[in-house]
Design a protein around this ligand. Structure first.
Ligand code: CMC
Length: 385
């Protein structure tokens, strides 16, 4: 015990908090169950990746068909959850709640109404994982329609997972290219070993608590701007730069803006990573796809990417800090017409597969997660003198 010891935390940097067969995050490569992320982004659909994560192997053609139809069949929401989403219009308007908060409560409610809610067997967990994967896009779509004051768009059974998600938010049938870009972004976001939200879900499930509870906690952890909330924060930062310097993308003005941010010790959102100190494998993949969409959308969208690239160049040359996946994600979702507060909920729509895989892995190999801390508080005292 020492009253003078520091309260500064290490954030468990570099500490292995457990074993997993789901994912490996390393500067050399990002791997989901043995498959490298560039390979998956190029050759697999999100549904295939979801199957891989949840069930543990690459699906056969018939396994994939069954899995896809199970997801399509589970998209609709129970009436009380729809009523809850509708009732949140004012809270969302006044921003006492943001979409991540509403999604968190909706997932918790889905647990209250799920017939397997108190069953954490392997079979029940897998059923719940599929249902949550199918339902979360509908929560996001309905919520956006509530925000926009429009009638709810029903899920379209003829559309794949990513295309339907985008359709329910924007109310327009996405082009094949846009559907593909969202699909790849879901693959990139699906899993990332013991990141903060996944670790949260494992801590909760290690008490033998249920899947919906663990996912509800994980959503709360993902919301923060140091984690999943960074995709929204990155886009807000680019909007702020644009607002301050105007539309010309003048390099010297961008540099001055950034120097001021450095002086103010401001964190630039969408940059840096606890593990990837030399760049995030996912960022380049999404940047390329997003920029191609932007080029087709017109000069304003293309200029957003040019601004982002200039910010990135300055950050890399002056600070040696690289963009993480949230930086291109913010710009990509923006040029596709997705409202900023839905960027992190879309991250949830992808990461639900990774969380659920970890919850199932934890339940199947459980030991309570209970570390210790180092006490740095006051020396022992007597209450009465
Ligand atoms: N902008 C400016 N400086 C930075 C940034 C940044 N984005 N990231 C790291 N640094 C600096 C930091 O100030 C520190 O400098 P110094 O040693 O002089 O004090 C040094 O780099 C080490 O940073 P750190 O905060 O100790 O690193 P960390 O491993 O604890 O944090 C991080 C990682 C992701 C929280 C951090 O880089 C950050 O806050 N980034 C901005 C938020 C963000 O983009 N989060 C998304 C994370 S990745 C995907 C996801 O989870 O969604």
């Amino acid at each position: 015990m020492s009253a003078t010891a520091s309260l500064k935390n290490t954030g468990l940097e570099g500490v292995s908090a457990g074993n997993t067969a789901i994912c490996s995050v390393d500067q050399g490569a990002l791997i989901y169950r043995g498959y490298e992320i560039h390979d998956l982004a190029e050759n697999a659909t999100f549904e295939e990746v979801a199957f891989l994560l949840l069930i543990g192997h690459k699906p056969s053609a018939s396994e994939l068909e069954t899995f896809k139809s199970e997801l399509v069949g589970a998209r609709e929401l129970p009436e009380p959850v729809i009523a809850y989403l509708t009732s949140m219009r004012h809270a969302l308007d006044y921003r006492t709640a943001v979409p991540m908060d509403v999604l968190r409560t909706a997932v918790s409610m889905l647990g209250n109404l799920d017939k397997d809610s108190q069953d954490s067997s392997e079979e029940a967990n897998l059923r719940k994982a599929k249902r949550l994967t199918a339902q979360i896009p509908t929560v996001i779509g309905h919520m956006q329609n509530v925000i926009d004051g429009r009638e709810l768009v029903q899920p379209d059974a003829s559309m794949g997972h990513a295309q339907n998600l985008l359709y329910m938010i924007t109310r327009e049938k996405p082009s094949d290219e846009e559907a593909h870009v969202i699909d790849v972004s879901l693959t990139l976001y699906a899993e990332h070993d013991y990141n903060a939200s996944t670790f949260t879900s494992r801590v909760i499930s290690a008490t033998l608590s249920d899947m919906h509870g663990a996912v509800t906690g994980a959503i709360a952890a993902l919301k923060g701007p140091l984690h999943g909330g960074a995709n929204e924060a990155a886009m807000e930062m680019l909007k702020e730069i644009r607002g301050d310097i105007g539309p010309a993308n003048d390099t010297e003005q961008i540099r001055t803006w950034m120097h001021r941010a450095f002086q103010d010790k401001r964190k630039l959102m969408g940059f840096g990573h606890r593990v990837y100190k030399n760049g995030d494998h996912r960022a380049g993949i999404l940047h390329k796809l997003g920029h191609a969409v932007a080029d087709k959308k017109g000069s304003d969208a293309a200029k957003l990417f040019e601004l982002g690239e200039e910010v990135q160049r300055i950050m890399e040359t002056e600070k040696a800090i690289f963009p993480n996946v949230d930086f291109p994600c913010g710009m990509t979702y923006n040029v596709m017409g997705i409202p900023v507060p839905q960027y992190t909920p879309i991250f949830v729509a992808a990461r639900i597969t990774g969380w659920a895989a970890h919850i199932m892995e934890q339940h199947a190999n459980n030991r309570l997660i209970r570390p210790v801390s180092t006490y740095v508080g006051p020396e022992l005292m007597k209450w009465n003198g």
